[in-house]
Design a protein around this ligand. Structure first.
Ligand code: AMP
Length: 188
């Protein structure tokens, strides 16, 4: 199963990705986690990424596409994977389609977790208290949301045109939302 988990910041992608990875034993690939690890390790890539992440802007396509290209070649991703936080632009989606086409495979489903803006801000500010992520301040969150609506949400029609978009209501408890996602995954 090759899956993309899609949704605004704070929709619960990370939490639901862990639930999916546990149940379906699939490789969980999060560009946000990989970039945060690079920042923590103080690599050149990390330094570059941090300047964008701190402002809630997207890291350039060429950088994240390179990361994903290497990552999906790894052995644990051969049978399938779940992408969390990638693609985020049409350029990234097109690059992904090409990468997969050259291997003769494609995306089975794009699960889009739908949450309204007012709920997102509340959830992220709550997460900030627990996890202390530097890009979870109110100002940066608002920018991340704007970037999502402007640059990432248009991807829904890209995948809808390919017939793989599955929208899931992201309101309610973690268990309720996972139940809805699970139902979608059982059907693909
Ligand atoms: P996330 O944990 O997915 O919310 O990502 C945190 C931050 O990492 C984002 O606000 C971006 O600055 C950067 N980032 C993660 N994934 C991508 C991506 N696919 N394209 C560009 N920037 C990304």
């Amino acid at each position: 199963m090759r899956l993309i988990l899609f949704g605004p910041p704070g929709a619960g992608k990370g939490t639901q990705a862990n639930n999916i990875a546990d149940k379906y034993a699939t490789a969980h690939i999060s560009t946000g986690d990989m970039l945060r690890a690079a920042v923590k390790n103080g690599t050149e890539l990390g330094e570059l990424a941090k300047s964008y992440m701190d402002k809630g802007e997207l890291v350039p396509d060429s950088v994240v596409i390179g990361i994903i290209k290497d990552r999906i070649k790894e052995s644990d991703a051969q049978k399938g994977f779940m992408l969390d936080g990638f693609p985020r632009t049409v350029g990234q989606a097109e690059a992904l389609t090409q990468m997969l086409e050259s291997e003769g495979v494609s995306i089975d489903a794009v699960v889009s977790i739908e949450v309204v803006d007012s709920e997102i801000i509340d959830r992220i500010l709550e997460r900030q208290k627990i996890e202390g992520r530097e890009d979870d301040t109110e100002e940066v969150v608002k920018n991340r949301l704007k970037v999502y609506r402007d640059q990432t949400e248009p991807l829904k029609s890209y995948y809808d045109n390919q017939g793989v978009l599955k929208e899931v209501d992201g309101m309610g408890s973690i268990e309720e939302v996972f139940g809805r996602i699970d139902k979608v995954l059982q059907g693909i």
